[in-house]
Design a binder for this molecule. Structure first.
Ligand code: GLP
Length: 258
């Protein structure tokens, strides 16, 4: 695992966007695994800038990590009110770049048969040739995507109840602002599994801000455990790059950045 420590959020975002852009230049048909949350937002903004400067994303295909279950995500509705990850991705990234709509895959939180949808999502990843680069943040419970504590490290795309800490964090960041009551936010999600993520050819994990300090240290230096599913990075056999800002890296004891 290569760990890079940058001065701040902006520097992390720039470095991450450059890594993704380098992959796309080398392999224009790259399959990107994408993440939501406040952490990768800056990376998307930087990628949009790189696109405006000429980076072509028209042959890229994407698979998002997760989506709330039971949430509106109809692409044709223009994402007016909803808090879906589909809307987040559209507003913050897809509508600004030239990835064709039919190259974009996001779990459908309104699928009629969510179990079958999860199975098909795994198949679609395989049909696309697997994920070349999976972008990841880390939640305060130590999760990747919505792989809450207790998720098996070989888990696949599935329905997952959300941990209380995750509900609190995501309520404060996204739902409260929209005037949605806490009880009305989705309590379940569709998430790629830890095993799905570990099959990606490379991982680009980001951690920023003091609120992530302790969990980043547990994930990268603590025991590999389903208690902190991002600790699976320690058993990952592909190419892993972790980019942290100084605040998030400040509890690391043994890892020396490259
Ligand atoms: C959610 C997402 C995760 C993300 C996490 C952290 O739970 N499912 O993929 O890593 O939030 O979000 P943030 O970057 O806003 O701290």
């Amino acid at each position: 695992m290569k760990v890079m420590i940058k001065s701040d959020y902006e520097a992390v975002s720039l470095a991450a966007a450059r890594q993704i852009a380098a992959l796309v230049r080398e392999k224009p048909t790259a399959v990107l695994g994408l993440a939501t949350g406040s952490t990768p937002l800056g990376t998307y903004r930087r990628l949009i800038r790189l696109h405006l400067e000429g980076l072509d994303l028209s042959r890229v295909r994407t698979f998002n990590l997760d989506e709330y279950l039971g949430i509106e995500m109809d692409l044709s509705k223009g994402y007016s009110q909803d808090q879906s990850y589909a809307r987040f991705m559209h507003e913050e990234f897809f509508k600004h770049v030239n990835i064709p709509r039919n190259h974009i895959n996001i779990p459908d939180g309104r699928a009629e048969n969510p179990k079958e949808h999860c199975r098909r999502y795994e198949e679609r990843i395989k049909e696309a040739g697997g994920i070349d680069l999976q972008l990841l943040g880390i939640g305060r419970v130590g999760h990747w995507a919505f792989n809450e504590p207790g998720s098996p490290l070989d888990s696949r795309t599935r329905i997952q109840p959300l941990a209380r800490q995750t509900l609190d964090d995501n309520y404060d960041k996204f739902y409260k602002k929209a005037g949605i009551a806490r009880k009305d936010m989705p309590h379940f999600a569709i998430t790629m599994g830890v095993g799905t993520i570990l099959q990606s050819r490379s991982i680009l994990m980001l951690g920023t801000g003091a609120e992530k300090t302790d969990i980043v240290a547990r994930a990268l230096e603590g025991p590999v455990s389903t208690d902190v599913t991002a600790s699976a990075i320690q058993i990952y056999t592909g190419r892993a790059v972790v980019i942290l800002d100084r605040a998030a890296a400040s509890s690391l004891k043994n890892i020396k950045p490259e």
